[in-house]
Structure formats: C-alpha cells, structure tokens
Design a protein around this ligand. Structure first.
Ligand code: NAP
Length: 266
C-alpha cells in the first residue's frame, strides 16, 4: 500500500484527501492519502520521518511551503518560485516540486485560453502570484504583476522574463489590452470584495481566480457580467493535484473523478 499525504497547519478543511482518494479508487490503486499537522519547528524532522517511514509522496501547504526547500532537492521551478507544494520520495533523495504553476496553466488551457503571445496580468506577488507568473511566462505570455505592496511586484517582475511590476493603481491601464487576468491574492475569500475594478474588465479577457472558497467570487461575477471567460479556483486546485498524482504515480490522472470529488465538496 502506498501512503501519500498533506503536511500543513492547519489541514482540517483540505480537499486534497477526497480528491486523491477518488483517483486511487478510479485507478484501482491500493493507496491512502492522509493529513499531518506537525508543529512549526518540527517540519524538517517530519519530512525526514516521512522518508524513513516509506511514505511515497507529500503535498505541502501553509505555513511550510518555503521551509521544506531546505530539506528536499528542489527542481528548477520550485527553486524559481521559492516554494515546494509536492515532495516525491520515490527517488534516491526526496525531491521538491511546485505544481501550482502547472495547475494554473492547465486550468486556463482546459478553458481554451491561448497563452502563447498573450498579455497577462497577475494580481498578487505572494506564493500563488510567483507560481502563476513563472508559469505564464514559460507558456509564452508577457506578464505584468500588480500588487498592493508595489515593491514586491517589482521584485518578482525582475525575476520573470520580460515581466513588469506595478501597483494596483495601474490595473485599469494594464487590463485595457490584456488577454488574461489572474487573481493570486486572497481578496474575495473572507469577504465579497475584489482587487480589480469592475469597469476595467472586458469581454476579450479570460479571468482565473485562484480563490476557490467561495467558488463564485465577486471578481468572477464581475468578469462574467463583462462577458469575459471565467475560470474558478477549483480548476487550479484540481490541476495542481492532477500534476502531483502524475508525478508520484507516473500514470495519467483520472481528471473527471478527481474533479467530481472536489466539486461535490465545494
Ligand atoms: P500569500 O503568499 O500570503 O500572498 C497573499 C497576496 O495577497 C499578496 O500578494 C498580498 O499583497 C495580497 N493581498 C492580501 N490581502 C490583500 C488586500 N486586502 N488587498 C490587496 N492585496 C492583498 O498567499 P498565497 O499563498 O499566494 O495565496 C493567495 C491566494 O491564492 C489564497 O486565496 C490561496 O487560497 C489561493 N491559492 C489557490 C490555489 C489553488 O490551487 N486554487 C493555490 C495556491 C493559492 P501584499 O504583498 O501587499 O501583502
């Protein structure tokens, strides 16, 4: 039996266990997906313990995504993003990966959004903003990062090929000619709020909101009203999980079963 899991603190409301167990059922794999909540100063010991116990793979969430960089061998994308959300124990040493970037890109492509040669605006320069920005640039889009703390947007833009950094005041002008908008802030999660002025949205945009609780954020409602293509955060969550499953098992993920397990709980 393979054991997979999630380390974070807290992990009580995670949707990863049902999503991954639906995949094991669908593929007839003898595997379990369990959650672990180590104390903040125990994370390195927890990862080494997981390796010793023969755990096959772990997802990593808040607050440990940066800390585990120190105890695994990160791949190039995890290193660039500066965060690990997936650990693979199947090789000679634990390797660290970040599937949030590919998760966002696959979510957009699933909705027929063309990224190559497009102009993309990423709002947010935290962990999700970093992942999405590198993912979009690798997919061939020109990225503009806008963030409440403008200096963080400039810092991130200096690391992403051909990107520019901005404050939120620039969103109106940035969005006028943009093809893709991603909200990678937590705005919209706690309250019915949006980081993007509604009148800056238009029908030629595709809008991905990384927030998935609630599924229909104010940003996505405004985007739909403007005639834009909308992609909710559960698509990104789904595809980061799909990428992790494929990395760990080497087989194609049963996307429909994972999607159903996820959406039935949102
Ligand atoms: P993070 O590293 O803490 O970054 C938070 C970002 O939100 C920063 O850019 C921050 O700006 C901005 N922000 C926070 N409050 C704001 C406000 N009131 N007005 C404007 N900007 C504000 O968090 P994260 O890990 O990147 O996560 C961000 C969101 O993405 C969360 O909702 C998370 O659940 C979601 N997410 C979703 C997925 C998925 O698979 N769907 C994956 C990863 C993350 P400052 O720099 O100015 O503080």
């Amino acid at each position: 039996m393979d054991v997979f899991g999630l380390v974070g603190n807290p992990v009580g409301h995670s949707l990863s266990p049902p999503m991954h167990e639906a995949a094991y059922d669908e593929c007839g794999l003898e595997a379990r997906y369990v959650t672990f909540e180590p104390a903040p100063d125990e994370i390195a010991a927890a990862i080494r313990g997981a390796e010793s116990l023969g755990i096959t793979g772990l997802n990593v969430t808040i607050p440990f995504k940066r800390d585990v960089l120190e105890v695994v061998a990160p791949d190039a994308m995890a290193e660039r993003i500066g965060a690990v959300n997936t650990i693979d124990f199947t090789g000679a040493e634990p390797t660290g990966h970040n599937t949030d970037a590919a998760g966002a890109i696959r979510a957009l492509r699933e909705h027929d959004v063309t990224l190559e040669g497009g102009d993309a605006v990423v709002v947010g320069a935290g962990g999700a903003g970093r992942a999405v920005s590198f993912g979009l640039a690798d997919a061939g889009a020109t990225v503009a990062v806008a963030n409440r703390t403008e200096s963080s947007a400039h810092d991130l833009a200096s690391e992403v090929p051909d990107a520019t950094g901005h404050g939120l005041d620039d969103l109106d002008s940035l969005l006028a000619d943009a093809d893709v908008l991603v909200n990678a802030t937590s705005v919209g999660m706690e309250e019915d709020a949006t980081p993007v002025p509604a009148d800056a949205l238009h029908g030629d945009l595709a809008v991905l909101d990384a927030v998935y609780r609630p599924l229909e954020t104010r940003l996505l409602r405004d985007a739909a009203d403007a005639g834009a293509t909308t992609v909710d955060g559960a698509w990104m969550l789904l595809y980061q999980g799909v990428e992790a499953f494929e990395l760990w098992t080497g087989r194609e993920a049963p996307v429909a079963a994972m999607n159903e397990a996820l959406r039935s709980r949102l």
